[in-house]
Design a protein around this ligand. Structure first.
Ligand code: NAD
Ligand code: ZN
Ligand code: ZN
Length: 390
């Protein structure tokens, strides 16, 4: 089959590789019909995660048709159309029982490696390095899906791939980011980053009742999308002082909820280019730009919530813990517990409450994945989200 392979920093190729096989009773093989490139893939692309190996198959946002099933999967049939959540979760461990699917205790075979870095291990993730299991990803013609009796959601034929694909990751992620802010009617929520994740956070904050949602980015075309998603105000952080502007918009109090949907980002102009070298020793290094997370903490109103859905890997310098402590802030964070949100968010799409297709800017055949990565990373050609068709 054809698959998108990580070949080194800023280098992906689509090549012929062996087809995946069923390995366990609870596996399924999915013939991928649509798959997307995520901001998280850019962290791999930019070389921030040294536990990638040359030839690893990328991709954690995908959907398609079940073509083979292990004996242990009774809730799916060959021929079913499914969307696959990016966290691999067993559905039965202590974490899964609590609905904390992205920290499943049974899906990362390389848990020891993760423990050295983080104390305990999160779940396994498709196409996301050996630190989280080394599972081949879904930017390919076929993918093996472990615990297929738990993760994949069956979708009805009258919904298009484009309508439901983002249930695999970024819609639940944005939604969880907003939900973690415990929004009350009248609340003001600010979102750093108007990429795909930030755009879903904006839309979700509105759905959850925020009166004002302020989107922050430096790309005008993305801020326009944020308005489409329901932002009431937008800030270009290269034009204004974000902290001053947020104070002005909230009578000096600060937003009730502050969502970091930026995370690590290598394309910011002030980013240190030596991040990759430092990553080799620190497993993953943070960049040195006006820091979204630092700003989110400093901006938040006393007693408010800082919700971190942007991805971080290692340590962050100058983390303003004094601001958190002295002002009674709450920090909530996590890789999205996608399985928890699949059905309720599917219903919202079904009911027409949201149309996720608005953020797709490019649809390309799988073979053009290298071009898709480059465009998405460099925000070329008003690129917001790339969908690949194997
Ligand atoms: P993206 O790269 O398209 O978007 C990031 C946006 O943040 C860009 O538009 C960029 O201009 C903006 N940005 C960078 N620095 C900023 C700053 N200081 N202030 C305001 N905006 C700033 O990526 P994406 O697909 O939207 O993903 C965003 C983040 O979410 C990534 O870190 C990704 O890894 C993470 N993510 C997390 C989860 C999860 O489960 N928690 C899931 C998917 C993605
Ligand atoms: Zn993703
Ligand atoms: Zn589990």
């Amino acid at each position: 089959m054809r698959a998108t392979q990580w070949m080194g920093k800023n280098h992906v190729e689509v090549n012929e590789v062996p087809d995946p096989q069923l390995l366990n009773d609870r596996d399924a093989i999915v013939k991928v019909s649509s798959t997307a490139i995520c901001g998280s893939d850019l962290h791999l692309y930019d070389g921030f995660i040294p536990t990638m190996k040359k030839g690893d198959i990328l991709g954690h946002e995908f959907m398609g048709e079940v073509v083979e099933l292990g004996r242990g999967v009774s809730n799916l049939r060959v021929g079913d159309r499914v969307v696959v959540p990016f966290p691999i979760a067993c559905g039965a461990c202590n974490a899964c029982a609590r609905g904390l699917f992205s920290v499943c205790e049974n899906s990362n075979p390389n848990a020891g490696m993760a423990q050295k870095l983080w104390g305990h291990s999160p779940c396994g993730i498709f196409g996301y390095s050996h630190l989280v299991g080394g599972y081949p990803g879904g930017q390919a013609e076929y993918a093996r899906v472990p615990f297929a009796d738990v993760g994949p959601l069956k979708v009805e034929d009258d919904l298009t791939d484009e309508q439901v694909l983002f249930l695999s990751d970024i819609f639940p992620t944005g939604y969880m980011g907003a939900e973690m802010c415990d929004i009350s009617p009248g609340d003001v929520v600010a979102v750093w980053g108007a990429g795909p994740v930030g755009l879903f956070a904006v839309a979700s904050a509105r759905m959850l009742g925020a009166e004002r949602v302020i989107a922050i980015d430096r790309f005008g075309y993305r801020l326009d999308k944020a308005r489409e998603a329901g932002a009431t105000d937008v800030l270009d952080y290269e034009e204004v002082d974000v902290l001053d502007a947020l104070d002005e918009l909230t009578a000096g109090r600060g937003p009730d909820g502050c969502i970091d949907a930026a995370g690590l980002e290598a394309t910011h102009p002030t980013t240190a280019v030596d991040a990759y070298d430092r990553a080799k020793t620190a497993v993953m290094a943070e960049t040195e730009r006006p820091h979204a997370l630092r700003e989110a903490i400093m901006a938040c109103r006393n007693g408010g919530t800082v919700s971190i859905i942007g991805v971080y890997g290692g340590l962050m310098d100058k983390f303003p813990v004094g601001s958190l402590m002295n002002r009674s802030l709450t920090v909530r964070t996590g890789q999205a517990h996608v399985q928890r949100y699949l059905k309720p968010l599917y219903e919202k799409i079904r009911d027409g409450e949201i149309d996720p297709t608005f953020l797709i800017s490019h649809t390309l055949p799988l073979d053009r994945a290298p071009e898709g990565y480059r465009m998405f990373r460099d925000k070329e050609d008003d690129c917001t989200k790339v969908v690949l068709k194997p």
